[in-house]
Design a protein around this ligand. Structure first.
Ligand code: HEM
Length: 421
């Protein structure tokens, strides 16, 4: 049974998810040898059980090799080859580690991402979004993605890490090369990491190494300088660990937030009644609009785990070494939890979506992403009137930015009038 939406469903996988939740909330894909989880309760159950459902790809590689030797499980040869190829160049980051190292490293980074510290960034976030929107207004046309959704998070994360925004083309190129490689792939077996994955990693390492060397001599009040002096049990982080943090934060810090901003505006334009409601009471409703956008079109649609042990999961026999896709995008449309889940409802209460994950890997950047989303929306409502899709807009004219695991469009041109001041 296929557990991936088809290529044509990338911008609207929801009918597929609904079918799966109804008929096969836990499904095994024979072709790709992978489990798919579609409902909310099971998704949370898996994400809270990291002792069985691991994130550590190197353990996966080890297990697959064991399976090769023992051959007691029938994992087909292609998959083994693929996993081996996929993981050999991957350096661990907190995203791909289990406790205890995960917890130790996460604590290091959490000290830099305290909600207080992030809230202090608020005025800078507002300043940047205002400037970006003003520039776009002056141009007379706005592409929500290129003019706002992309440059805002990149500027902020670059400043936090301590790298110059002027290098943003380089960051974009890395992200596109890393994430774009699978954009046209729906068959999981065909899914390969970018062939020059190692090359990109080397390029990023070279870039960050130069900055680390500078900061070692002249520390600043930025994340790189903090990481250099951070310790775990009196030991400094290894250079590898610092490099892996920097690349993870640079990528995680912008790709997903770009989608959050784009998806929010797209959803509001598709639902003019909601937009009208929002305009009547923006300060009260901006936060709940962002929450609803996170639920309705979750920027991260799916997460991966794999089994460290044979496990009976709600009467399904799962085997050690098998992989699992947890469809957050589907869990967040689960009718057992959310009333009228296919409606974009900015007043939704409660709204306990799991767009930022759940359990020990819960997103570290959630406060920052929310603030950035809220800030762009506030600027748009304050400065623009009569926003709508362009006259020639059709749903078919939107292009997905990534593969089925992330949701967002690559451009979103809008019509608008500047609000009289
Ligand atoms: C709307 C924007 C965002 C979404 C939807 C999002 C989503 C997620 C999700 C679903 C996870 C869990 C991964 C897992 O369980 O395997 C995660 C983890 C993470 N996110 Fe985000 N994220 C966003 C923005 C950010 C930003 C702005 C940053 C950094 C500044 C960031 C940094 C991270 C990090 C470092 C992790 C790994 C945490 C861990 O493994 O303990 N994210 N994110």
């Amino acid at each position: 049974m296929e557990i991936f939406p088809s290529k044509n469903e990338r911008l609207n996988p929801f009918p597929f998810y609904t079918r799966m939740r109804r008929l096969n909330p836990i499904a095994f894909d024979d072709k790709n040898q992978i489990w798919g989880i579609f409902n909310y309760t099971y998704s949370k159950e898996i994400l809270s059980n990291h002792k069985i459902f691991s994130s550590d790809i190197h353990k996966l590689l080890f297990l697959q090799n064991q399976v090769k030797k023992n051959t007691h499980e029938q994992i087909n040869h292609d998959i083994k080859k693929n996993v081996a190829n996929d993981t050999k160049n991957i350096r661990s980051s907190i995203l791909t580690l289990d406790p205890p190292r995960h917890r130790q490293l996460r604590n290091v980074i959490l000290s830099a991402f305290t909600p207080n510290r992030i809230y202090n960034l608020n005025s800078r976030i507002e300043e940047v979004s205002k400037k970006l929107l003003n520039n776009a207004i002056k141009k007379g046309e706005i592409d929500i993605i290129g003019d706002l959704a992309y440059p805002l998070p990149v500027t902020i994360i670059a400043e936090l890490i301590g790298i110059p925004y002027r290098d943003h083309n380089l960051f974009k190129e890395w992200a596109d090369r890393l994430l774009g490689a699978n954009a046209n792939t729906t068959n999981f077996l065909d899914r390969k990491l970018e062939p020059d994955f190692k090359k990109i990693q080397e390029e990023m390492d070279d870039y960050f190494n130069k900055i680390i060397q500078i900061r070692e001599k002249e520390p600043k009040n930025d994340l790189i300088s903090n990481l250099i002096v951070s310790t775990i049990d009196n030991n400094r982080l290894t250079t590898e660990e610092i490099l892996s943090f920097c690349s993870l934060l640079l990528l995680a810090g912008h790709v997903t937030t770009v989608n959050l901003i784009g998806n929010t505006i797209r959803s509001l334009l598709e639902n003019p009644l909601q937009l009208r409601k929002l305009k009547k009471n923006p300060s009260a409703l901006i936060p709940s609009t962002i929450e609803e956008s996170l639920r309705y079109r979750s920027p991260v649609q799916a997460l991966f785990r794999f089994l460290l042990e044979d496990w009976d999961f709600n009467n399904y026999k799962m085997s050690r070494g098998q992989r699992i896709v947890i469809w957050l995008g589907s869990a967040n449309h689960d009718e057992a939890i959310f009333k009228n889940p296919e409606e974009f409802d900015i007043l939704r209460q409660p709204n306990e979506h799991i767009a930022f994950g759940y359990g020990i890997h819960f997103c570290i950047g959630s406060t920052l992403a929310r603030l950035e989303g809220q800030s762009v929306l506030k600027q748009i409502l304050e400065q623009l009137e009569d926003i709508s899709f362009m006259d020639n807009y059709t749903e078919g004219s939107l292009k997905p930015m990534h593969d089925v695991f992330l949701m967002g469009v690559s451009n979103l041109h809008i019509k608008f009038k500047e609000r009289k001041k």
